[in-house]
Design a protein around this ligand. Structure first.
Ligand code: NAD
Length: 482
């Protein structure tokens, strides 16, 4: 059993009086850790620590902040296997995914924002020979970073790294469902030499620790990734205090295949887009829309590609898909499948041939539904599990109409060899992230975020750093005045 404690002012801190939350390995159903259930008093302690560290950290020379982030990245690299094992166990995700994709991205986040900081510059210009204007960017103080359970350390570090680069100090609240790697990450920040108070982690439930962080008057900036309903509550709370807030929320993303696409490649990628990380990625393509003339052919290829995915024990090097993150989430997704008013083409229940060790685990087979009414909740609401729907469209106009036919607008993946058409679609699709003949190729320099109910603001590139800074337009008049 591991005890996961807060990290405040460079030290591991126990819960004051609120008790613990059990942490379960969802692939085996076994509790393997407990994490402290923090509340407003722990948030208060962490915010005071971050406030006390802010003057020195915000004044640290750029080269020193860059070096600190790069050191931190190297320490994360050195602990990659340990962090990957923890991440896999905490969330039921394949060890290969944790080790090859998610934990390396944590170090990459730190290095990317160190490098962004190194190359940051501000425009200066003159409006007359003796007058110079420039933009001064001041770190905004203590940053609150709140993250979900699906890509735990990958997303938490995607917020922490730019905040630290910007010169802010941080209080972060990871998901209470997957708190393990955040705890280790915080300890590693100490090994990397981050000064006490620069990075603080407070564990606990969203309704207690999370809400207390959002409402704290000394935290002027909130970066949140999670569900749309939570995002709305956070937006309201931030509005009351005019806090700056970034919201990365849910999605119901279209994966649109035209008849002229490479259907084999599109089908393989559609299965990957729908079921990677057990469908628990905000960018997953959960609505597969296919031009009617090739629908039967594509359906056959998609079912074949889905059947080829290896679902199994996340600890096995062979598994491509692991378990759901928790029993409650498994029950929610299973209920969504059972109440769907359509036809199950594959999956729908527990996968076959799970090893003995996973008998009590929360596994669902990749599931494809069809014949769903356009407006039913299965087609409209984010399910966030291994569930995708398949539907035909008649022409380009119909494809655009269907792609935009939900309240979300996070991502879209378009498959066609006709680049004129692809370009027309880019103008019409309501999404913050668009891939053409691709899915999930990310470059950290590009803007990332959602339209409509998928969020507010953009992360990525230098914008992520600027989010944590307050710009001031400065004007200097030279020469003597009389
Ligand atoms: P969630 O909204 O339930 O929780 C996210 C985080 O917010 C957790 O740390 C939680 O403890 C905290 N929280 C909950 N209520 C809070 C409150 N009132 N005040 C402050 N904090 C609170 O989401 P989840 O179930 O952990 O994650 C799944 C969701 O995240 C999905 O909807 C998914 O689409 C979304 N997501 C979005 C992106 C993106 O970049 N757009 C990325 C990953 C996940």
């Amino acid at each position: 059993m591991m005890d996961l404690r807060h990290w405040i002012h460079g030290e591991s801190v126990s819960a004051r009086d609120q008790g613990w939350i059990s942490v379960t390995d969802p692939a085996t159903g076994q509790v393997f850790a407990r994490c402290v259930a923090g509340n407003s008093s722990d948030i208060e302690l962490a915010v005071q620590s971050a406030k006390s560290a802010f003057p020195a950290w915000s004044q640290t020379a750029t080269a020193e902040r860059v070096a600190a982030l790069e050191r931190f990245a190297s320490v994360v690299d050195a602990h990659r296997d340990e962090l990957a094992t923890l991440e896999s166990r905490d969330g039921g995700k394949p060890i290969t995914r944790a080790r090859e994709v998610e934990i390396p991205r944590v170090a990459e986040n730190l290095r990317f924002f160190a490098s962004a900081l190194r190359h940051e510059h501000s425009d200066a210009f003159t409006s007359s020979p003796e007058v110079i204007h420039w933009t001064h960017r001041r770190p905004r103080g203590v940053a609150g970073c709140i993250s979900p359970w699906n890509l735990p350390l990958y997303l938490l570090s995607w917020k922490i790294a730019p905040a630290l680069a910007a010169g802010c100090t941080v209080v972060a609240k990871p998901s209470e469902i997957t708190p393990a790697t955040a705890t280790r990450f915080a300890e590693l920040s100490g090994e990397a030499g981050l000064p006490p108070g620069v990075l603080n982690i407070v564990h606990g439930r969203g309704s207690e620790a999370g809400a207390a962080l959002v409402e704290h008057p000394d935290v002027p900036t909130i970066s949140f990734t999670g569900g749309t309903a939570t995002g709305k509550a956070i937006a309201k709370a931030c509005g009351e205090q005019f806090k700056r807030v970034s919201l990365e929320l849910g999605g119901k993303n279209p994966f649109v295949v035209f008849a002229d696409a490479d259907l084999d490649q599109a089908a393989t990628e559609a299965a990957r887009a729908a079921f990677s990380n057990t469908g628990q990625i905000c960018l997953c393509g959960s609505r597969i829309l296919v031009e009617q003339s090739v629908l039967p052919d594509f359906q056959e290829k998609l079912l074949k590609a889905t059947a080829a995915l290896r679902v199994g024990d996340p600890a096995s090097e062979e598994s491509q898909i692991g378990s759901m993150v928790s029993e409650p989430h498994y029950q929610k997704v299973k209920q969504a499948i059972e109440s769907a008013p359509g036809t199950v083409l594959c999956g729908g229940g527990r996968p076959a041939d799970l090893p003995e060790r996973c008998r009590e685990g929360w596994f669902l087979a990749p599931t494809i539904l069809t014949d769903l009414p356009e407006t039913c909740s299965t087609e409209q609401e984010e399910i966030f599990g291994p569930v995708a729907s398949l539907r035909g469209f008649v022409d380009e106009a119909d494809a655009i109409r269907l792609a935009n036919a939900t309240s979300y607008g996070l991502a879209a993946s378009l498959w066609t060899k006709d680049l004129d058409r692809a370009h027309r679609l880019v103008h019409r699709i309501e999404a913050g992230v668009i891939w053409i003949n691709a899915w999930m190729i990310r470059d950290l320099r590009t803007p990332f975020g959602g339209a409509k109910q998928s969020g507010l603001g953009r992360e990525g590139g230098i914008e992520s750093v600027h989010f944590f800074q307050e710009p001031a337009g400065v004007t200097l008049r030279l020469g003597s005045s009389s």
